[in-house]
Design a protein around this ligand. Sequence first.
Ligand code: NDP
Length: 450
Amino acid sequence: MTQYDYDLFVIGGGSGGVRAANTAAGLGKRVALAEERKIGGTCVNVGCVPKKLLVYASQFNDQFDAASGFGWTVGTSTFNWSSLIANKNQEITRLQGVYNKRLQKSGVNVVTGSAKLLDAHTVEVEGSTFRAERIVIATGGRPFVPDIAGREHIVTSNDMFFLEQLPKRIIIVGGGYIAVEFAGIMHGLGVDTTVCHRGDKLLQGFDEDIRDFLAEALTKKGISLLFNADIEAIEKTGDAFTVQLIGGNKMTTDLVLYATGRTPNSTGFGLEALGVEMDDEGAIKVYDDYRTNVSSIYAIGDVTNRVNLTPVAIAEGMALIDQLYAKQARAVDYDNVPTAVFCQPAIGTVGLTEAEAREKYPDIDIYKTRFTPMKNALSGLDDKTLMKMIVERSTDRVVGLHMVGTDAPEIIQGMAVAMRAGATKAIFDSTIGIHPTAAEEFVTLHQAMI
Ligand code: NDP
C-alpha cells in the first residue's frame, strides 16, 4: 500500500488538465481530476468552440447577399438567436459527454466540486480529501474587467454565449482577440457594433500591416472603431446604457462587452498558503519542466499566462506527463506557434512580425500581396485578402507568414509545418501551387518589396 491515493491529482478539467489526466491514466497511473464547473473548461464551454459556432452563424448574411451573383434567388431570411443558442448548447453538452466518457474510459476519477490544497500532497474537494504524489494545477483563467464606475452593468465573453436576446446595439471594449472576434459575430448578426479601444490600433503584437488591414476591413463592413477611447463610467438609463468616455463624449447602447484580457485562476484555493510563487499578474511561475517552486506541484496552460492557447495547454499537458511517467524529456517548443483570430476577415499568423524580424536580423526581405478573392468576382462582396511573407535574406529562411482573408487560419496551419521544418523561400518557390486557390499566392510571391 503506497502512502498516496493517487499518483496524480489534476485540478481543472479544461483542455490542458483533461489531456494530462488522460495521458497519465493511459500510462497506468492512478489519476483523479477535480472540476467545479463543466468538463471542457473555457475552450469547450465559453471559448473556442461556441465562439466558432457563433462565427459560422454570423457569416450567412453575407453569403445570402453573395448568392445572387451566382444565379440564386434567396427568399426572405430571418434569424433566431434563441434557436442558435439552444443548438449551440446541445453541441456543447454532446462535447462534454465525449470528454467525460473519455476520462471514464481512461480510468480517471472525476471529482465534481471546488478543490482546495491542504498541503503539498493533499487536495480537498467538497469535504473529501485525496492524497496524491503529484498535483497539477490547470485552472485556466477568467475575464479581467478593470475597475470602472458601473462595472456591474457590463458583460464578459462568458455571458455572450448565454444572452437571452441579441441586442440592437453593442459597445465592445478592448482591441484584442476577443473584442475583434465578437465584433465580427455581432455585426454579422445585424447588431450595430462599436469597438472602443484605449490604444490607437487593434491587436497589439500582431504585424502592423495586418493591424492596419483589419481596421480598414472592419470599418468598410460598417463596424465603428473608436481608438484612444477610454471609458470613465457606465450608467443604466431605462433599458439602455449610457457610456461616458474620458474627455466627455457619451454613447448610448443596449449592451457593453468588456474584452480587456484575462486573469489566471490562481487564488483562493490554497496556493498562496503553500508559498507557490506567482508573478505580479497572479500567473503561477513554473520551471521548464512545469514544476513550481513547490516540488510536488506543477502548473500548465493559461494559469501560467504564457501562450494562452488551447493547443499549447494540450501540448504542455502531454509534455509534462511524458516527462514524468514515460521518461521522455520533451519540452514544448514555443517558437513559431501559429495562431488565428476568428474575426471577419479572419487572421492567421506564424513566426515573426516585420518589426520583430527587423530587430532580430540585419537583412530581411518582405513579400506582400493584396488581392480580391476569386469568389468576389461574382459575389458583389468587397472583402480583400492580404498575405505577407518575411524572409531572412542571408539564409533565405521564411521567418514570418501572415494572412488576413477567407480561410486564413486553415491556410496558415499548413504553412506553419513548412516553417517549423525550416523552409526557405526557394522551397516555397519550388512548390507547385494549387490553382485556383488563395493559398497558392504563398508559393508565387516573386517580387520583394523595395
Ligand atoms: P487580449 O490580451 O488579446 O486583449 C485585451 C485588450 O484589452 C487589449 O486590446 C488591451 O489593450 C485591452 N485592455 C486591457 N486592459 C484594459 C483596460 N484596463 N482598459 C481598457 N482596455 C484594456 O485579451 P482578450 O481578452 O481579447 O483575450 C484573452 C486571451 O485569450 C488572448 O490573448 C488569447 O491568448 C486568448 N484567445 C485566443 C483566441 C484564439 O486563439 N482565436 C480567441 C480568444 C482569446 P492594449 O492592447 O492597449 O493592452
